[in-house]
Design a protein around this ligand. Structure first.
Ligand code: ADP
Ligand code: 5GP
Length: 188
């Protein structure tokens, strides 16, 4: 039987990973949904915790068997997707999966889960502030930063398709607001 799901999406740098980590530590009913992917594992990553690392051939076999809730070829030759078996694993533990995905992935998941999914769009206070946050995070080169900021401007157009929009200005207040929203949805 299909259970509920929480989808948190945002342009890169808006704060979705920070907010999802907070939710996982304050709402014990949630479990992080681990995606399958076909890229090679980075040395700091653990199979089964960060991703289920499988080959492109295995990934394609799973597509053919209709094993995925959704999948995308995010980079040429690198496939990423959510396995139905991962949902069943989390639901069978009595928990609700939470997703930290980009905007298009989030909308695909919302379409799949329908009324059983709560899709939250995390909006930066402004594009300038998003750029500041990406700079302060210090994970991007000038080139990838520019790409992410440009993509963010495009992704903001999709905000109205989500169930809820939260402007991530004061982090502490917004984490509390989203946790209350998630608990309310799970109690329905
Ligand atoms: P995303 O997962 O959406 O790319 P992150 O969670 O990595 O974003 O957040 C981007 C950066 O902004 C991080 O350095 C994070 O600490 C910081 N950040 C997140 N939320 C806020 C906020 N409300 N105010 C200021 N900085 C924030
Ligand atoms: P990474 O940096 O881990 O190689 O790639 C992360 C990218 O893959 C991000 O853009 C992220 O949104 C995307 N991604 C991760 N898991 C999934 C998934 O299950 N489905 C989709 N569609 N994209 C995913």
């Amino acid at each position: 039987m299909q259970g509920k799901a929480i989808i948190v999406s945002a342009p890169s740098g808006a704060g979705k990973t920070t907010i999802v980590k907070h939710l996982l530590s304050t709402v014990p009913r949630l479990a992080f949904s681990v995606s399958a992917c076909s890229r090679t594992r980075r040395k700091e990553e653990t199979d089964g915790r960060d991703y289920y690392f499988i080959s492109a051939e295995q990934f394609k076999e799973k597509i053919a068997r209709d094993d995925f809730v959704e999948w995308q070829e995010v980079y040429p030759g690198s496939f990423y997707g959510t396995l139905k078996s991962e949902m069943d694993r989390i639901w069978s533990e009595g928990k609700t999966p939470i997703f930290d995905v980009d905007v298009v992935g989030g909308l695909n998941l919302k379409q799949y889960f329908g009324a059983n999914g709560l899709a939250v769009f995390i909006q930066p206070p402004s594009i300038e502030e998003l750029e500041n946050r990406l700079r302060n995070r210090a994970t991007e080169s000038e080139e990838t930063l520019r790409k992410r900021v440009d993509k963010a401007a495009y992704e903001l157009n999709f905000a109205s398709r989500f169930d809820k929009i939260v402007i991530n200005d004061d982090l502490k207040i917004k984490c509390f607001e989203i946790a209350t929203m998630v608990n309310g949805f799970l109690d329905m």
